[in-house]
Ligand binder design. Structure first.
Ligand code: IMP
Ligand code: MG
Length: 331
């Protein structure tokens, strides 16, 4: 029997530090599951001072938890094997990594198509994500059951306490994001139910954002003129805003509070974590965008209070459950 399901997901444009949050709370669960996307994601986790990275394996592996790649995910066999080899070399238990028989396989042809047709146009990660999902929809895809050995295949029975780890974010969702500047999967927390549990089992919907916004990949909402703003360049450097999958430098902008509120309400967020607060605190930049206006605050406290009040007053479910980064013990 499933006791409950908690879901961690991105509220902005990815790269909010979801992996860090997953790692911080994974010990309290029996399974950690990915439900969407593929190796376009990059999850960075620090353990005992060491930095680890995964692209397809859920961050639960770092806490010795069964780590499931779900039926709506896509993966590349060689890249998965490479990642498993790396994790095993680092001392993690590769027997905990399981793949749904229904997950779809990214081929070299998918990657080539992505690189030749989509990478320039949309700034995709070039990992073959869209072509793979498109073959899935055309009913000509290959599934994990056809290419992986039995011991890696998940029996699709979840029980106990489940943590779902989102990849990408609400604004990159195929339906709710700014189409066509989106990824090709359903990043919304409701899609975690594709893992095979009732929506009634969902307990906490933990949305992750950052104290400022970043974007990697093409998006008219993030014009090139943002590169000219000196303070935002300082945020990029202080926040080490370089893509963990592609190494690309991310564009930064001040936190867009209207967008954040929309993401919170449309996803049913019950609690929010705002990461990287330490970055703006160190720089002393307390700015956000509301109704296309830039609002500046004198102190970190005023900035936090304003965000907290605005979200509490305007969101449907979140009350005072807003945590600013550094405070992971309280999640
Ligand atoms: P794709 O998922 O590689 O097709 O890329 C589509 C869009 O989503 C591009 O703008 C990518 O930069 C963006 N994207 C995909 N995965 C991530 C991620 O993990 N973090 C941030 N952006 C991502
Ligand atoms: Mg990432």
């Amino acid at each position: 029997m499933i006791d409950y399901v908690d879901i961690i997901f991105g509220l902005t444009w990815g790269d909010e530090g979801k992996g860090k949050i997953t790692n911080a709370i994974a010990e309290n669960y029996d399974y950690v599951c990915r439900w969407n996307g593929g190796p376009n994601a990059g999850h960075t986790v620090y353990l005992n001072g060491e930095k680890y990275k995964t692209h397809i394996v859920p961050s639960g592996i770092f806490q010795n938890k069964l780590s499931i790649i779900g039926p709506s995910c896509v993966f590349h066999v060689d890249q998965l094997m490479e990642e498993i080899k790396y994790l095993s070399f680092c001392g993690f238990d590769m027997n905990l990594i399981k793949v749904s028989p229904k997950a779809h396989v990214i081929t070299d042809k998918h990657i080539k198509y992505d690189e030749e047709n989509l990478q320039g146009k949309f700034g995709t990660t070039g990992k073959g994500i869209a072509p793979c999902y498109s073959d899935k929809m055309l009913r000509i895809g290959t599934r994990a059951s056809e290419v992986l050995t039995d011991f890696m295949i998940w029996d699709e029975k979840l029980k106990g306490r489940i943590l779902c780890e989102g990849a990408q974010s609400v604004n990159l969702d195929i339906d709710h994001g700014d189409y066509p500047y989106v990824t090709s999967s359903s990043t919304m927390p409701y899609s975690a139910c594709s893992l095979g549990f009732s929506p009634k089992k969902i307990r906490r919907l933990i949305g992750v954002a950052k104290a400022y916004d970043t974007r990697v990949g093409n998006d008219p909402l993030f014009p090139d003129s943002l590169w000219d703003i000196e303070e935002l360049n300082l945020v990029i450097e202080e926040g080490k805003e370089y893509g963990s999958t592609t190494g690309r430098k991310r564009k930064a902008n001040w936190l867009n509070l209207n967008r954040l509120l929309h993401s919170i309400n449309i996803s049913g967020t019950t609690e929010i974590i705002i990461n990287k607060f330490d970055v703006i605190e160190k720089l002393g930049f307390f700015k956000l965008i509301l109704d296309d206006n830039l609002i500046e605050f004198e102190t970190a406290e005023e900035f936090k209070k304003y965000i907290q009040t605005f979200i509490s007053d305007n969101s449907e479910i979140v009350q005072d459950n807003i945590i600013f980064s550094g405070d992971v013990e309280n999640i």
